[in-house]
Design a protein around this ligand. Sequence first.
Ligand SMILES: *[C@@H]1O[C@H](CO)[C@@H](O)[C@H](O)[C@H]1NC(C)=O
Ligand SMILES: *[C@@H]1O[C@H](CO)[C@@H](O)[C@H](O)[C@H]1NC(C)=O
Ligand SMILES: *[C@@H]1O[C@H](CO)[C@@H](O)[C@H](O)[C@H]1NC(C)=O
Ligand SMILES: *[C@@H]1O[C@H](CO)[C@@H](O)[C@H](O)[C@H]1NC(C)=O
Length: 462
Amino acid sequence: MLLLLQLLLSFTVDGQAERVVGQKNNGSCVCEIKSSMWLFPTVKYEAVLQQVQSCEDSLNKLQEQVTLSSERLPQMQAVVKNITARLEPFRYLQHQGLYSALSLRLLGQELSELEADVSIVQSQLNNAQTQKISKEVVKLRRDVDRMQTSNTINMKTVKEKLRYLKNGVQSCKSIPEDFRGQGRYCLKGLITNISEPVVTKVAPNGKNYISGSWGKQAQEDSQGQKSSYWVQVLFSSNILGNTLRVYQTYEDFMASTNHRDFTFASSYTDANAIEGPSAVLYGEALYYHCYRSADVCRYDLNTNTVKRVTLPGTGVGFNNKFPYCYYDCRPNSDVDVEADETGLWAIYATVGNHGNLVVSQFVWDNEAQTLNITKTWETRLFKRAVSNAFMVCGVLYATRYVDEIHEEVFYAFDTATGKEDTSLALPLEKIAKGLASLNYNPTNKQIYMYNDGYLLAYQAHF
Ligand SMILES: *[C@@H]1O[C@H](CO)[C@@H](O)[C@H](O)[C@H]1NC(C)=O
Ligand SMILES: *[C@@H]1O[C@H](CO)[C@@H](O)[C@H](O)[C@H]1NC(C)=O
Ligand SMILES: *[C@@H]1O[C@H](CO)[C@@H](O)[C@H](O)[C@H]1NC(C)=O
Ligand SMILES: *[C@@H]1O[C@H](CO)[C@@H](O)[C@H](O)[C@H]1NC(C)=O
């Protein structure tokens, strides 16, 4: 419309009368004029007419488009809504680099703990190193306090600094050398950092199946299941199960193709069924907590047979007596089976140890065809106060809930020395709130998490 108006206006301006200056000549006034001025400007008129015509055309087109979009708009909005809904679980990604007031508060708490630690260390050992750490902690406190009012300082940098300082304080605490898990297999010490998720996938039966365990073949020299990936999903109110899904390769696992299902018990309530998110695939067998018992089971993928052994201890917890809790309890997560560089482990709790974590090592004796418990350790960590646990190099690591998108490794217990470390702060990012299981894989040093309906993997660094 605007265009049309402008065109008409310019036409009017062009057609205005022209002023001509006359001259006195031979007693009369003579004016010179251009005769073309008096002609009707047909050419111009036609050009404008044409413009008007095409303008009308485009107006019509525009009208059509408006009609179309008013119909399509709700459809497009629905698509946007759909995508938003599907992206919802990945909202943790948005949190990378954007930090909430909550994480700032948590940081403040961590710093308070560090300040307490530093003053203890300094009262025992006042040297250049502890003085330097102390000075840096004071500086960090200033930064954090400043952040609480403005939001100008990069929280990531502060967090890294905090972790670095923590490690400094840790080494000042003079931990015995042998705490570092330096055994025959493990010369690398404690985990120093855990990566962001390197694998994220929805559980095979859909994300309503919020409990189970998954991972990669954990035995280095397994013949038949060399690089298998496996998922053990729990049914029956997310508590029981009797099937195992195995993919021969990582590619198959990621594409959800070429799986093979094994049925290791005739029903969910069979004595050989699995109870709780507890399994691990080690060699050509699945090891797990057997239904309503204090036993660990071994299902042989080749022979289809199940063998079992009873865990040692007075009043071994099962059937939801000592589940992992911390924030929300994970139903029936009483007995957790794990593998590491040194072999197979069961993590559980007993009445005899006041509900605190107990860890037993066991082996499969292929000649005798028996499962044998080899050694047991009792810790002072209450099982219901941790969200999950796993083993690395004979060291038990326990996690706690931080917020909906973060978990944290906060505790380590070294079975080689019986020493514990409660000052760890290794963050683990997650997609959903609930943690069903965690297990470490010694072949690639990855940690596998069954995170409600999602399967996540992380790289551990030492
Ligand atoms: C002026 O007018 C006279 C007659 O009225 C004519 O004869 C003459 O040629 C004119 N001169 C010019 C320069 O037009
Ligand atoms: C989104 O769309 C897909 C396919 O177009 C459909 O399977 C899914 O159920 C939809 N999700 C939601 C939350 O609407
Ligand atoms: C630790 O891991 C985080 C990601 O989880 C990464 O951003 C950071 O750079 C790592 N730090 C070190 C010291 O490796
Ligand atoms: C396991 O236990 C069985 C029966 O108690 C015994 O014969 C066998 O030697 C044990 N094996 C190992 C490796 O301890």
